[in-house]
Design a protein around this ligand. Structure first.
Ligand code: SF4
Length: 353
């Protein structure tokens, strides 16, 4: 493999794949200088290092050049998603800075702070939010304020309105959160499915920053409790509403405006291979060679118009398959803010048909 690299690899940006004797892609990497990067594997002095372990299992290396480092990053991510190589661990870029909130699927969804969609495409993702640690703290408070569960995903759930075929055995909650009024208690049938879903809807509204409806319904609930002279309950609801208002502001501050990552990004490439990346909501929707003629200009114009004219989602939820690329693109521009000088927003009104 070293001879193959020495004989054929050039020092320019690209992505590479390491294959096992059976043809399985076991590792995907990228580099600004493919040749130097690949040769460095063969200098590995420490057999326990990851590079040495990959080489012990690989018997073939293949690479493709890319016009630029940015292109290599995008292609590397796409190859990792395609092959899921076992030596590639979850992407950890900017793990400390960006986070998503995942609302799991199932009858009693849970809210989780995640840094990548990984291989799991279930559930809804919101974000990204800035400051994974602060998001985690705010989310814990939100769970408590809304009474959402935070126990293991496989904790059995039973709602009060669930029809039981057999008499269920008496249950005790799996933790004390229900007793201290921090969880509605879907593990012991202490709430209906509708009640729990209402609280999840409120959480989603917070992450989207769009809707006050659920908070208004808590205010009505508080008023009704007060009218019924249930002052203790009314006071608990008042405290909850105050905390939630505070948290809504907090999530608003932490939310990263994904819409700002929508533009045409021109990157000067190796040996004149300049590219234009059509980026919408943080994902590369199309890549084309920088136009050099009026005909190519028109083609790019039509392409950009069709991409930006597609109906956008109003909510801040992000499809699972876009989470990692959004993370990658936002991380790229955070690390290289000067690159935004090469980004041109696409004004549909001015450029559209
Ligand atoms: S009270 Fe039950 S549902 Fe709530 S967090 Fe504890 S174990 Fe989970």
């Amino acid at each position: 493999m070293r001879d193959t690299v020495r004989a054929g690899a050039a020092d320019r940006p690209g992505v590479y794949r390491m294959m096992s004797p059976g043809g399985e892609v076991i590792y995907v990497g990228k580099s600004k200088r493919v040749r130097s990067r690949l040769l460095s594997y063969f200098r590995g002095a420490y057999p326990e290092h990851k590079g040495a372990r990959i080489l012990r299992e690989a018997d073939r290396i293949a690479w493709d050049y890319t016009p630029s480092e940015f292109d290599a990053l995008v292609q590397e991510l796409r190859l990792i998603k395609q092959y899921r190589p076992r030596f590639n661990v979850a992407l950890k870029r900017d793990a400390h800075n960006y986070a998503f909130i995942k609302v799991t699927r199932g009858p009693a969804p849970k809210l989780l702070v995640v840094r990548s969609a990984g291989s799991d495409d279930g559930g809804a993702y919101y974000g990204p939010f800035l400051g994974a640690m602060r998001v985690g703290e705010a989310l814990r408070e939100l769970n408590d304020a809304l009474g959402l569960r935070d126990c293991a995903l496989d904790t059995p759930v039973r709602f009060s309105d669930q029809v039981e075929i057999f008499t269920p055995p008496p249950r005790t909650p799996g933790c004390i959160r229900h007793e201290i009024h921090k969880c509605l208690g879907p593990c012991i049938g202490a709430c209906s499915e509708h009640q729990y879903a209402g609280r999840v809807a409120l959480a989603r509204a917070f992450f989207e920053g769009t809707n006050d409806g659920p908070l208004a319904s808590l205010t009505t609930e508080m008023q009704q409790a007060s009218d019924r002279l249930e002052y203790e309950r009314a006071a608990r609801l008042r405290d909850k509403i105050q905390r939630l208002e505070m948290l809504r502001e907090q999530f608003g501050r932490l939310r990263f405006a994904v819409e700002t990552l929508s533009f045409l990004y021109t990157v000067s490439g190796y040996d004149g291979e300049d590219r234009v990346y059509v980026i919408r909501r943080g994902c590369v929707r199309a890549i084309c060679a920088s136009p050099r003629t009026p005909v190519e200009q028109d083609a790019l114009h039509d392409l950009a118009t069709s991409i930006f004219a597609e109906p956008g989602r109003t909510a801040t939820s992000v499809p699972a398959h876009e989470v990692d690329e959004l993370m990658l693109v936002s991380s790229w521009f955070r690390r290289h803010p000067h690159e935004l000088h090469h980004a041109r927003t696409w004004d549909l009104a001015a450029n559209g048909n």
